[in-house]
Design a binder for this molecule. Structure first.
Ligand code: WT7
Length: 647
C-alpha cells in the first residue's frame, strides 16, 4: 500500500464536468432517490417511446429481478450512429490503427452509418431477426464494431468470443447460446503473427451438431481459407450486394443487447446477459464523467472487443457520446516498445485507458522508449482489469503522464456492465492503488464472512447493496445460476467475488478475488476450467490449479498435476500439458508452472485443500495454516520440496 495522496489540480476542478462538491451532491441525490436521478439521466439517450418507469429491481433471494426503464423503446445503433450523423456526420467516429504502423484508417459517423446499415441488411437477408444470437469472432478491426452495431440495429443479440480462444471454447459458446450465424475473418494479425480464425470456426462448427447456417468472413490478411458454398460468404462480397439503408428495430429497454461469456469459480463459463436501455445509459454516462470526455477529444482504450472493456469503453459508451474512439489491432511491444506512445503522438490521443499488466511490461523496458515520444496531447490516463500496484501507478503517472495527467483507476466487472468504483478526475484526490469512491448510484458495502456490514475503516468482502442500470440481468438460459452465483452468499446483496479494504477517508482498495478465479493479465480464468482441461489429458489423473504472484501478469497460473500410475513426470510431458491447455481453452489459459505431485493435500473426506496449495504457490510456507485435518500430512512436505520456481 502507498500512503501518497495527489490532490485534484485546480484546473481540473474548474474544467471537468464535476468537482468534489458537485460529486458529493450528485452522489447523494443518486442514492437517495434513484428513480429521480436515473429518470433524469436516462434522457441522455434518445428513446422512440420514452419510459415512464425507471427502476424496478429486487435482490430478494428467489426473486432476483432487474429492470430499468422497462417501458421505454429505443435502439442502441440509432443512439451510437444515426443521431450523430445529422450533427457530426463528418467527424471521425473510429480511428483504426493496424497491427503495422503503416496501416490506419479513419471512419466518420456517416461512413459508420453506411457500414452498419449494409451489414445489418446482410444479416437480415440471412434470416437474422430480433432476439437471434450472432457470434462474433473477429480481430480488432473496424468490422468488429460494425458487426456489434449491425446486430444492435436489428435487435439481434451478439456474443463476442475473444480471438485468442480455441475452437473448443468457441464451440461451447456458440452452442450454449444457439448462434446460427458467425462473423469472423480469414485470419487475425497481432504482432506480425497470424491467427487462423476461419479455420478455428470450421473446427468449432465440426464439433457442434449442425446449427450454424451462415459464416460471414472478413478478408483481413487475404490468407487462403476453406469456404463452404451456401454457408460461407465473404463480407465484402455480401455487403456489395445490399443497400446502406436498414431500419433500426424498435427495441424494448429490457430486450437483450449482448451475451459475453466469462469464467467463474465453478463450471463452464457463464453467458453474462446485458440488456439495452440501462446498459447504454450507464456505459455512456460513465464514459463521459469518468474520462471527462469533451467533444473533440481523441479517446483510446487499448482493450480487445472480446472483453467487456471493449464493449463498454471502445464501442458503446464512446459512440453513444459521439466521441472519436481509437481501435488498435496490435500489441504494446510491436514493432517496438514505444508503440503505445507512438500511436498517441500519431493520432494526438488525449485520453488513454489501459491495463496494469501492460504498464508493468513496458516499465521493464525503462523510461527511454517512452521519453523519446512527445505525448503532449495526453490529458488523462486510466487503468482497468486488476489492482494496480503503487510502483506501476507512479511510473504511469510520472513517466507516461509527466505528472500532468490524473489516473482513473476504474474497478468493475463483466457483470457490472460499466465502471462502479473510480475517481472522477475533477473531483477525487488520488491514492496510488485505490479505485477510490463509488460512481453515482452505486452502493458498495464491505461485509465480513458472515455477511455483517462493516463500518468505517475496515477490510472484508465487497458487495453492492442495490442495483444500478448497467448491471447484468441474468446468466443466459440459467437464471438460477445467476441467483446462486451472485445473490446467495450474502442474501439480498450482489456479491462481487472481490476482497476489499476501506480506509478512513471512505476510499476503496480492491485486494483481489476471494473465490477460485484468477486474474491473469487482467483476464479472468476459472481454476476449475483449467483443471478440467488438464484432467482431460489421458496421462493426467488429477489436477489442482491456483494463482501465484507474477511480476508482469499480476497472477500466473500454477498447476499441480498428479499423473496416472506408471506415467513418467518428464520435461517433455510438462510442455505437452501446457500445449494441451492452450489447445483446449486458448493461450491465455497456459499454465505458467506445472508441478508434478504424487499426491494432493486432501481432507479425510477427500476435498482438496486449495488454501494450502495457494500458500505453497505463493512461497508462504510458514503460513500454511491449520493442516491437522489433512488425510496425509506427508504430501505437503513433498509439495514444498518440489515447488516450481518462478521464471
Ligand atoms: C475482475 C473483473 C472490468 C473490466 C476488466 C475485467 C478485477 C477489474 C479492477 C481494478 C482492482 C480490478 C476484479 C474484478 N478488477 N478492475 N481497477 N482494481 N481489481 O473484467 O474479466 O469481468 O474481471 O477484475 O477482481 O472482479 P472481468
Amino acid at each position: 500500500m502507498s500512503d501518497k495522496i495527489y490532490d485534484v489540480p485546480s484546473e481540473w476542478a474548474q474544467k471537468a464536468y464535476v468537482d468534489d462538491a458537485h460529486y458529493q451532491s450528485m452522489y447523494a441525490a443518486s442514492v437517495n432517490d434513484p428513480d429521480a436521478f436515473w429518470g433524469e439521466h436516462g434522457k441522455r439517450i434518445d428513446w422512440f417511446t420514452p419510459y415512464t418507469k425507471v427502476k424496478n429491481t429486487s435482490f430478494d433471494p428467489g426473486h432476483v429481478s432487474i429492470k430499468w426503464f422497462e417501458d421505454g423503446i429505443t435502439n442502441v445503433a440509432y443512439n451510437c450512429v444515426d443521431r450523430h450523423v445529422e450533427t457530426r456526420g463528418d467527424q471521425v467516429a473510429i480511428i483504426w490503427e493496424g497491427d503495422s504502423p503503416d496501416e490506419s484508417r479513419n471512419i466518420t459517423y456517416r461512413e459508420l452509418s453506411s457500414e452498419v446499415n449494409k451489414l445489418a441488411n446482410v444479416l437480415r437477408n440471412r434470416g437474422v431477426e430480433k432476439g437471434d444470437r450472432v457470434t462474433i469472432y473477429l480481430p480488432m478491426i473496424p468490422e468488429a464494431a460494425f458487426a456489434m452495431l449491425a446486430c444492435a440495429r436489428l435487435g439481434a443479440v451478439h456474443s463476442i468470443v475473444f480471438g485468442g480462444f480455441s475452437p473448443d471454447s468457441l464451440a461451447g459458446r456458440v452452442a450454449d447460446c444457439g448462434s446460427k450465424c458467425i462473423i469472423t475473418a480469414d485470419e487475425g494479425l497481432r504482432g506480425g503473427r497470424k491467427v487462423p480464425l476461419k479455420a478455428n470456426v470450421d473446427a468449432a462448427i465440426a464439433q457442434i451438431d449442425g446449427g450454424v447456417d451462415h459464416v460471414i468472413v472478413v478478408r483481413r490478411t487475404g490468407g487462403k481459407v476453406d469456404m463452404l458454398p451456401g454457408r460461407d460468404v465473404y463480407y465484402d462480397e455480401a455487403t456489395a450486394m445490399v443497400t446502406d439503408e436498414c431500419p433500426a428495430a424498435h427495441v424494448h429497454a429490457e430486450d437483450p443487447l449482448f451475451i459475453l461469456y466469462t469464467s467463474g469459480s465453478t463450471g463452464k463459463p457463464k453467458g453474462v446477459l446485458h440488456t439495452t436501455g440501462g446498459y447504454l445509459v450507464y456505459a455512456s454516462m460513465t464514459h463521459q464523467y469518468i474520462f471527462d470526455y469533451h467533444p473533440g477529444d481523441i479517446y483510446w482504450c487499448t482493450a480487445d472487443v472480446g472483453w467487456v472493456t471493449g464493449h463498454s469503453y471502445i464501442v458503446y459508451g464512446p459512440l453513444a457520446n459521439g466521441a472519436t474512439t481509437l481501435m488498435f489491432e496490435g500489441i504494446p511491444n510491436y514493432p517496438s516498445v514505444s508503440r503505445f506512445w507512438d500511436v498517441i503522438d500519431k493520432h494526438q490521443v488525449n485520453i488513454f485507458y489501459t491495463a496494469p499488466t501492460a504498464i508493468r511490461s513496458l516499465m521493464q523496458a525503462g523510461e527511454e522508449p517512452v521519453k523519446r515520444t512527445s505525448r503532449s496531447s495526453l490529458r488523462l490516463l486510466g487503468s482497468v482489469g486488476e489492482p494496480i500496484n503503487p510502483e506501476a501507478w507512479e511510473w504511469y503517472y510520472r513517466v507516461v503522464g509527466e505528472e500532468r495527467c490524473p489516473i482513473v483507476d476504474t474497478w468493475w466487472q463483466t457483470e457490472t456492465g460499466g465502471i462502479l468504483i473510480t475517481p472522477l478526475p475533477g473531483a477525487t484526490k488520488l491514492k496510488p492503488g485505490s479505485a477510490t469512491r463509488p460512481f453515482f448510484g452505486v452502493l458498495p458495502e464491505v461485509v465480513d464472512a458472515e455477511g455483517k456490514v462493516l463500518e468505517g475503516a475496515c477490510e472484508g468482502n465487497l458487495v453492492i447493496a442495490d442495483s444500478w442500470p448497467g448491471q447484468m440481468r441474468t446468466v443466459y438460459g440459467d437464471h438460477e445460476r445467476f441467483e446462486q452465483t451472485y445473490f446467495s452468499t450474502y442474501p439480498g446483496k450482489y456479491f462481487t467475488g472481490d476482497g476489499c479494504r476501506r480506509d478512513a477517508d471512505g476510499f476503496y482498495w480492491i485486494t483481489g478475488r476471494v473465490d477460485d478465479v484468477i486474474n491473469v493479465s487482467g483476464h479472468r480464468m476459472g481454476t476449475a476450467e483449467v483443471e478440467s482441461a488438464l484432467v482431460a489429458h489421458p496421462k493426467v489423473s488429477e489436477a489442482a490449479v491456483v494463482g501465484f504472484p507474477h511480476d508482469i501478469k499480476g497472477q500466473g497460473i500454477y498447476a499441480y498435476v498428479t499423473l496416472m500410475d506408471g506415467q513418467e513426470p518428464t520435461e517433455e510431458l510438462r510442455k505437452e500439458l501446457v500445449n494441451w491447455v492452450r489447445r483446449e481453452i486458448g493461450p491465455i489459459a497456459s499454465p505458467d508452472l506445472i508441478q508434478f505431485a504424487p499426491g494432493l493435500p486432501k481432507t479425510r473426506s477427500g476435498k482438496i485443500m486449495r488454501r494450502i496449495l495457494r500458500k505453497i504457490a505463493e512461497d508462504q510456507f510458514e503460513s500454511l495454516g491449520d493442516t491437522s485435518t489433512l488425510a496425509d500430512p506427508g504430501v505437503v512436505e513433498d509439495l514444498i520440496h518440489n515447488r516450481q520456481n518462478k521464471r
